[in-house]
Structures are given as C-alpha cells and as structure tokens.
Design a protein around this ligand. Sequence first.
Ligand SMILES: [Zn+2]
Length: 277
Amino acid sequence: MLYLILYLQRRDFGDMTNKSDVLQKIAEAEMVLIGVGEEFDDVRNLKKESTYETGKENLFRSGLGWLLPAYQKLCRERMEDKTYKALCGLAGLVEKKNYFVVATTVNDIVRQVPWREGRLVTPCGGSAVKQCANCCEEGLTPVEPDDIDRLKKLLQEEREKEAFIADVLGRCPRCNAPLILNNVYAENYDEKGYLTQWEQYTRWLQGTLNRRLLILELGVGLQFPSVIRWPFEKVAFFNQKSEFYRVNEKLYQLSDKLKEKGTSISENAIDWLQILC
Ligand SMILES: [Zn+2]
C-alpha cells in the first residue's frame, strides 16, 4: 500500500512538473511545430469492442483498407470520444502562437478542431473526401451525407462486401471506376488531397530556422515515420534554439542525438493533453 501511495505521489508530481514546464516552453516559443500521430486514431479505445480487430482484418483481407477511417468512426459513435476535447485544448494553448500542425491520424476529428486557418496538413487523409479508385485525373470530391448513410449500412452488413462495394460512393465520371475514400490505405492513394497544404507547411518550416521553436510530437508511432517522426527529429537536431517533446504511450524513447535537448514522456498523448489543458 505504501509503495502504491509513493508511486501515485511521484506520478502526480511528475505530471505537474511536465505541465508547468511545457506551458512555460509554449509561452517562450516563437514558433510551435505540432505532430498529431496515430494515437489519436484512439485504437486503444476501439479495441475495447471485442469485434473491432476482426472487422478491421476483414476489411484489409477484402482489399477495402480504405474503409478503415469510416469503420473506426462508426465504432467511435458507440463510445466516449476524448480526442476532440484534447485537441481543442491544445488549439487553445497555442492560439496566440505561430504554429503548424502535421497529422498522421486518419481520425477526421483533427480537421474539426478550430486550428488557425491553413495551419493543418493531414497527409494520411481520412473519410471526408472521395477519390477515383484508379487515381485518375478526375480529382477529389467531398463525401456527402447520403454517402455516409450508405457507408454505415455497408459497414454494418454481415455479408461479403466486395460484391456491392462498387457503387457505394458512386462512380468516377471519367473512367467509371468506383469512388473510394481518399486516405493512405487506398491502393492508389490520390495525394492531391493534401499537397497544397504540404507546400504551405514546408514554406512555414523553412521559416523556423534560428527561431525559438518548440516541437510537440504527440502520439506519433512508427507507422508513417517519414511524415513526422524522422523529419521532426532532424529539425530538432539542426535548430540550435529548438526544444523537443515526445509524448507516446509505448514509443517514447529518444535517440542519443536528442537526449540533451529532448524530453520524453511515456504517456498516451490524449491522456497527456487532458492533463495539460
Ligand atoms: Zn477515374
């Protein structure tokens, strides 16, 4: 019992120290670079539903991985979602700062957060936009409310999905291939969906050189390391005035190069933001 009390006390103390440190660093920073990673898909929560994993495996086995963000969204409707509140809290904390957010989560919630206009890029897509399965030049169109109803129905059906998937989101007017959701799990992912924002991000990033830059890498795993994890490490390493925070439940370790200027926090990023905000 005594050990437990000591452990809890130490933990609380640790959280509080982190909290005031981070708030101080935000106040001091000229620019803030934020990475919102896969932990914001909130798979930890989704897995509480016993059928989640099987449903996900079935999608990928049927070549319908692009349905994953819609499937996750449907499962989330039945549970408490903490991601939106956590991210809105963060947006509030950096409100007056010059910041940019790069997100690898496919949770559409990240796009509903009131970030400053034009300061978010989502290179992995989600379930809000449709593309041609052949990735032809026809381009992208928004998912309409009717599409959402049909997707829900499709995901709730028990029978084989391939047979009637073709028309669930309509057909491409140019090549007549089925329309699918525009995200990284599509076999021919149409990257036009985020390229303009990506260019804006790289321009912003060039302006961070020699500025007091705070880097918050939150819940970013190793699923897409070349989008956030490795480039953020590189920016932290080369910018002498940068501070780097890595928050992750499991993959919180820092490389030797970053040990001196980085802080590693072994917490789930959603939980950590709830303490911080
Ligand atoms: Zn097409």
